[in-house]
Design a protein around this ligand. Sequence first.
Ligand code: B16
Ligand code: MG
Length: 219
Amino acid sequence: MLKGLLFDLDGVLTNSAKYHLSAWNNLANELGITLTDAQLDQLRGISRMDSLNMILKFGGQEDKYTEAEKEKFAAEKNAKFVEQIQKMTPEDILPGIPQLLKDAKAQNLKMAIASASKNAPTILNKLGIMDEFDGIVDPSTLHRGKPDPEIYVKAQELLDLKADEVISFEDAQAGVEAIKAADQFAVGIGDKELLKEADYIVASTAELKLSEIEEVFNK
Ligand code: B16
Ligand code: MG
């Protein structure tokens, strides 16, 4: 029986992904690395340091910098990102999400955030939806990032629920893999081919309808 919903943040509740991608693009340019759209897409849902390491690898610079230099680059990227998200407002909640949250509340479903972002509390406050959630996984407590199931297992535990009692929402391939590895029902938002492991796929959040997802979940 459905008792809870677990949400990724970037690309699901709001499009802060666009700020992440532009901040990474800036840094990559400074390092003389040109990223393709497909490479930028692979950064979705990936933690800050793992993203930086992937970018350096894309540019053939994986052994070029010390850990201290890499920390400095990551901090630089984050400073740009934090500056950008200050302008977010409730208008930045993605279409379909306010109704989904309302329908979930009407059914007394518990809700938690399973975002790799250390900036998630700031973003949720900016969007004005912090109080809607019963729990937020603290990504600094994680040992492994998505596609490892750890973050989704932790989110489910925060709500005191079992894997077959939750529906989890993701826009990233690594995220859908994490949900499936946690044995949960995955809703993928985005490209059908990339997210093909998901149990239910929509092209955009505007198409999300809790009653329709539940029909498939209950089958
Ligand atoms: P931060 P999600 C992820 O959020 C982003 O998709 C990814 O681009 C970012 O690198 C990661 O959070 C870490 O974010 O640098 O703010 O700690 O999709 O898991 O909600
Ligand atoms: Mg995401």
